[in-house]
Write a new protein. Sequence first.
Length: 414
Amino acid sequence: MTDDLAAQLRPATAEEWPGFLRALSDAFGETPTGPYLDSPPPVAEMDRSLGLWDGDRVAVTAGIYSRSLTVPGAVVPCAGITWVTVAPTHRRRGILTAIMRRQLTELHEQQREPVAGLWAAEYPIYGRFGYAPATFRGNLTGRTERLRLRPDVDLGAGRVDAVSCDAYRAAVPAVHERLRRLVPGNLGRDDRWWDRQLRDEPDDRQGATERRYLLHTEPDGAVTGFAAYRMKAGWTDSGEPDGTLTVEEVRGSSTPAYAALWRFLLSVDLVRTVKAPLLSADDPIRHLLTDGRALHVSPIDALWVRLVDVDRALAARRYPTPIDLVIEVRDEFCPWNAGRWRVSGHPAGGHCGRTDLDPDLVVGIEALSAAYLGGVSLATLHAAGRVTEVSPGAVTLAATAFGWPVTPWCPDEF
């Protein structure tokens, strides 16, 4: 890519949104719908966007959302990379590389988010820029006739009620904020993101019902769980019901609350298939069923993570077991990360700083980013040739310390 083209990348304005949106939608093979065709949606941060114009046509788009990411034992600011498209007329010219470099360099120079994350439309694109899948969604699916809760499951004394969107919107954010801080990979949702989460445009339903909402309430009135789902009617050739229920979200602050919500979801009339595409591949529902084979899991990558500043990112998270190792990081794309870092930490905190000591491990930034949330083992990456052990036993120590008791999971696409 010529320096001249790179210099033409600039933020789009609110007035330029319609053309920006058209280019974005064209790249994904979509037709723009909804209320934000002429002006940006509230979650858009146009000052953090990038575009490239070919005459009056937008040929390249990119953007960043300012998000809050739960990491092991802490919460950190996260740059949510989004809107990344390059028109076919402008490919093979280094434009995507220029976008990635500019985003990461600005994050580093401005000392903004120490971590970036994205959802990858295609797997091979982002690894060369240091991103790696750090969470996985389960793509859970099963037939209702086999999905039964174990008879010993405690359903508690609370109740599950179908509620309006307004009642759900008023009760759920506080519960979600408490729960999401316990699960690496979860993202915070302010009012703007809750409004987006609960938008329910008819054009987006793909033949299913409008979204339906549940609350789990304790006898004292406390809300301890929630769920959102849709139904799509279906019938067999012989006239038997064959509907599908898609669980969009289900959370509970206790096992009884979670189980009670699932009992409702598995008991809806005329449904024969239940799907939960965005739930964790390690979701507890798999252990609440009498038949563990009845709920099929087909994991696929979800949130990809990239450490923008190794020192700030590693110091921000916690470590379940003590660690004091020197890690040599290889990072050609962001050279400020390259070199040797002494990482020390324990359950109460962490520290990472430059050192001249000999390394215990040598790790590429892609592998380190994959392991950051605790769901991808450094030992597995070592077995794949992605981590080099210099000091005997260092892989075992690092893999244990970088792990986390709760499987990372991100239910928020962006």
